[in-house]
Design a protein around this ligand. Structure first.
Ligand code: FAD
Length: 511
């Protein structure tokens, strides 16, 4: 049996389909569920709002094209900081393959203490290490998870590692879903070599091979119900002028899986009137607020040579932050540097001497997804907890200190309006008093807005991913994670989606 990928944008009439399972969203969560169910012999239709860009095409994209065609809102989605919380730039994919196409490939299993917290504090005893082991194993095999050798580290990462060694906390190697990576540092714009094994290269082709139909340019607007259970979805094909919604898409299904990501899954549930009673839908969003700190060296660093992400430090987990290596293509990097006109040119001419490292806060949550007052877009607010706010200056100070320990001449902190600082200035800068509005903060990890739990009072789905409020509606993406992880989430999102798919396979489809 072979399915296919249908481009919704190329169609010029309504589309009506009948299937066993409809999956909304083709990213990390949706792709896994689609493959697992199609391979079990179920008829699967995947509806994806974004376009279908084959890997050989995005391989040729310049970053500005990737931003337009693979990212949501050209990467300019935000969570509005409430109180003294910074505005947080939240990046997401919007294409066949979802955010998986844009990752740095970093793969972590859910950390043990997080899993214990889910069991002890949230009562999720089903999510034991033993229960999740086969799920992680299946995903790691499917997406080819491997350790990044030290030889592939960029000079940027090697320098940061020297700082870490001098402070007694050596970096650890990262694992990534790659095969044949040549280290060109542009993973976040779509791998040009097909070496990053995103879901468009494995799970989605597997689903199609097993008979699934993937419809791109297909915006789902509502979950439909019949007899008190989920019975399909309706929406629009984005086949109007400039990709605007025009013709209808209707899918009748015996089971519905929502995997539209932590911004859009809750929105779809809210639009469909699901989860109103407990008022949990859209709440508890976590983001892993992230900060980039740069060091300027006398030597040439040329950090774009080598693996984009290759090493990390969990030495600061007790302080609630993790350090992860990263880099960006030089053109994009230049746009993030301080200075205007000649001052910016002078700064940008130092690009070869600049090194970067990233830090993410293991946050407690504080985000809420609602529908924007006008239109159908999510309106997201985020209020950092007191503890998370206190973590930020600690993270920045630690990273600056590590760069100086590595021999940096200057450090550029992600504080708008602040000039780069020298080694003897670090002690004098009062980072505790920087207003949130001046912090440059980004997130690639929205999670938790339809969280899993043991009671409809404080969660949206049960331990098997089924919505408390509506039988035969499942959620299987980053939004179901019961809390933030403190590490990059794609592998956990995919392992959880595997478990949910396997649970679905055990339950007969309703007639
Ligand atoms: C730039 C970037 C770098 C990242 N790097 C890493 C990394 O190195 N390691 C890591 O672990 N994680 C990384 N992540 C995070 C990781 O990609 C996500 O955690 C993961 O993909 C989440 O999976 P998901 O299924 O929840 O959502 P997504 O993968 O985002 O998929 C959701 C899909 O649903 C579609 N959709 C939304 N609404 C609708 C609708 N109404 N109708 C139809 N379709 C809809 C979207 O277009 C999208 O394709 C990164 C993310 C980004 C953006």
């Amino acid at each position: 049996m072979t399915g296919s990928i249908l481009r919704g944008a190329d169609r010029n009439q309504d589309l009506e389909l009948d299937t066993d399972v409809v999956v909304v969203g083709s990213g990390a969560g949706g792709a896994v569920v689609a493959a697992e169910l199609a391979e079990a012999g179920q008829r699967v239709v995947v509806l994806e709002e974004g376009r279908h860009v084959p890997p050989e095409k995005y391989a040729q994209y310049r970053p500005s094209e990737s931003l337009r065609h693979l990212f949501r809102d050209a990467s300019l989605s935000f969570a509005l900081g409430v109180g003294d919380t910074p505005m947080i730039n939240v990046m997401m994919g919007r294409c066949v393959g979802g955010s998986s196409v844009l990752t740095g490939g970093v793969c972590f299993r859910v950390p043990g203490p997080v899993l214990r917290d889910w069991r002890d504090r949230r009562g999720l005893t089903e999510l034991s290490p033993e229960a999740l082991e086969p799920c992680f194993e299946a995903v790691e095999k499917a997406i080819h998870v491997e350790e990044v050798p030290v030889a592939m580290r960029s000079r940027s990462t090697a320098l940061f590692a020297e700082g870490c060694n001098r402070r007694g906390h050596p970096l650890k190697p990262i694992r990534r879903n790659t095969d044949g990576c040549e280290g060109c540092s542009r993973c976040n714009f779509g791998c040009p070599k097909g070496a990053k094994k995103s879901v468009d290269l494995n799970y989605l082709p597997r689903a199609v091979k097993a008979g699934a139909l993937i419809v791109s340019d297909s915006l789902v607007e509502r979950i439909t119900t019949r007899g008190g259970r989920a019975a399909g979805v309706t929406g629009r094909l984005l086949n109007g002028p400039e990709g605007r919604p025009r013709d209808r898409v209707t899918v009748h299904a015996r089971r519905v899986v929502v995997a539209a990501g932590a911004y859009h899954s809750p929105l779809l549930l809210l639009e469909s009137g699901v989860g109103k009673q407990s008022r949990q839908v859209g709440r508890n969003l976590t983001l892993h607020p992230g900060f980039r700190v740069m060091g300027r060296f006398d030597e040439e660093v040329r950090g774009w040579h080598g693996a984009l992400q290759s090493a990390f430090s969990d030495a600061y987990e007790a302080q609630r932050f993790t350090l992860v290596s990263l880099f960006v293509p030089p053109g994009v990097f230049a746009a993030t540097l301080p200075g205007i006109g000649p001052a910016h040119v002078a700064r940008a001419s130092q690009l070869p001497q600049l090194a970067i490292f990233g830090g993410i806060v293991h946050d407690e949550g504080g985000g809420t997804v609602r529908r924007a007052p006008a239109g159908r877009e999510p309106f997201v607010t985020y209020r950092m907890s007191k503890r998370d706010k206190e973590t930020v200056p600690r993270l920045l100070r630690t990273m600056a200190d590590l760069w100086f320990a590595a021999g940096a001449q200057e450090v550029v902190l992600p504080v708008l309006g602040m000039n780069p600082i020298g080694p003897d200035e670090l002690g004098r800068v009062n980072l505790d008093r920087i207003p949130g509005a001046r912090l440059e903060c980004s997130s690639q990890h929205p999670l938790g807005s339809c969280r899993m739990g043991t009671s409809p009072q404080d969660s949206v789905v049960d331990a098997d991913g089924q919505a408390w409020d509506l039988p035969e509606l499942y959620v299987a993406d980053g939004s179901v994670l019961p809390s933030s992880l403190g590490v990059n989430p794609q592998l956990t999102v995919m392992a959880m989606a595997t478990r949910i798919a396997w649970k679905m396979r055990e339950r007969p489809l309703p007639s």
